[in-house]
Design a protein around this ligand. Structure first.
Ligand code: AFP
Length: 311
């Protein structure tokens, strides 16, 4: 696939990239509007983090309001976009109908994933899925047309795909998203792994899989933030993140609609895979908004390998 940036001797910003990729206008504008919310959510994080004002740290209830603030910013930004038919977020678990008429996109959001990390100054993120069918009607593979996430770290970055590769943009000092990594493509095999859940809660099969990776010399990369942990696998071009089935919670912890399907879309577009151990994440039909699923996501070798242990 020829990189668009090969044609352009100028900095390629997000809108130009999507236009040159031939993405449909309404979808381009919706992706752009979500990307813009990243600036407002980042400002909210700074505002809410009372350490800046010399206080000790942000308390649990403040973290909660931070989640809700991020959700409100997304709602305000998308409600009048004219492109969004329904919006549902991990914060409210209820479907909000914005528009009827020709508005055709169904948007899912985890507005601020990893918010419990805010007082540690570790990275957090916003996860967005964009569908063309109601969320519980079909699998992500049949309904999802785009996915993206925003990372709030030393830099604000945005990774998106609309089915034509996975690309990273960085927010520059002028407030523009400029292309930083185009057509991210995972290697067949990586060298890092992120392992969620308590070791004593792991199933024997999962433990054997982890011991295989340890014997292969994989290095542990786990921050407790799904977005930066997945971002690391993508930007380092390989490896695996897993939050597995646990003895006491066979469906694991992470949410299929809000977290797993958007990331599976992005990783598949980068040549990787995502499974619950048996089925592709994108092929799973959500049973409810709060549908949780185990996940193994990353480069092909590691994800194919886990199926040998969990079959
Ligand atoms: P919070 O949003 O409550 O911080 O949880 C983050 C998360 O949902 C996901 O981002 C992490 O991968 C996962 O939880 C970490 O879970 P553990 O704390 O059990 O490791």
């Amino acid at each position: 696939m020829t990189n668009i940036s090969d044609y352009s001797k100028f900095i390629v910003d997000l809108r130009r990239h999507m236009w040159m990729a031939g993405i449909e206008m309404h979808l381009r504008r919706l992706i752009w509007q979500v990307a813009v919310t990243g600036k407002y959510i980042s400002a909210k994080i700074h505002e809410a983090n009372r350490k800046l004002a010399g206080f000790k740290n942000i308390h649990g209830d403040d973290q909660l309001t931070l989640d809700r603030s991020a959700d409100e910013i997304l709602i305000n930004q998308l409600e009048y976009s004219g492109f969004v038919r329904e919006y549902v977020s991990e914060e409210s678990d209820k479907v909000i109908t914005f528009q009827k008429g020709e508005a055709k996109y169904y948007v899912t959001a985890d507005p601020l994933d990893g918010s419990s990390l805010v007082d540690t100054n570790l990275s957090m993120g916003t996860i967005i899925g964009i569908h063309i069918a109601p969320l519980l009607d079909t699998s992500g593979r049949d309904s999802m047309v785009a996915a993206m996430y925003i990372t709030y770290g030393p830099l604000i970055t945005m990774v998106y795909s609309a089915g034509k590769g996975t690309h990273e943009f960085v927010l520059n000092r002028e407030g523009e998203y400029v292309l930083s990594e185009e057509n991210i493509t995972l290697d067949e095999k990586g060298s890092i792994y992120g392992l969620g859940g308590l070791r004593k809660e792991w199933t024997p099969e999962h433990l054997q899989y982890v011991e295989f990776l340890e014997a292969e010399g994989y290095k542990l990369r786990y921050s407790g933030g799904f977005v930066p942990d997945i971002n690391q696998v993508l930007i380092k071009r390989g490896g695996v993140f897993t939050y597995p089935a646990l003895k006491k919670s066979p469906t694991g912890k992470l949410r299929l609609i809000f977290e797993l399907q958007p990331m599976a879309f992005l990783v598949e577009q980068a040549g990787g895979m995502a499974t619950d151990g048996k089925s592709d994440i994108l092929s799973i039909k959500p049973q409810k908004l709060d549908h949780r699923s185990p996940i193994y996501i990353g480069s092909r070798f590691e994800v194919e390998k886990v199926k040998e242990y969990l079959k």
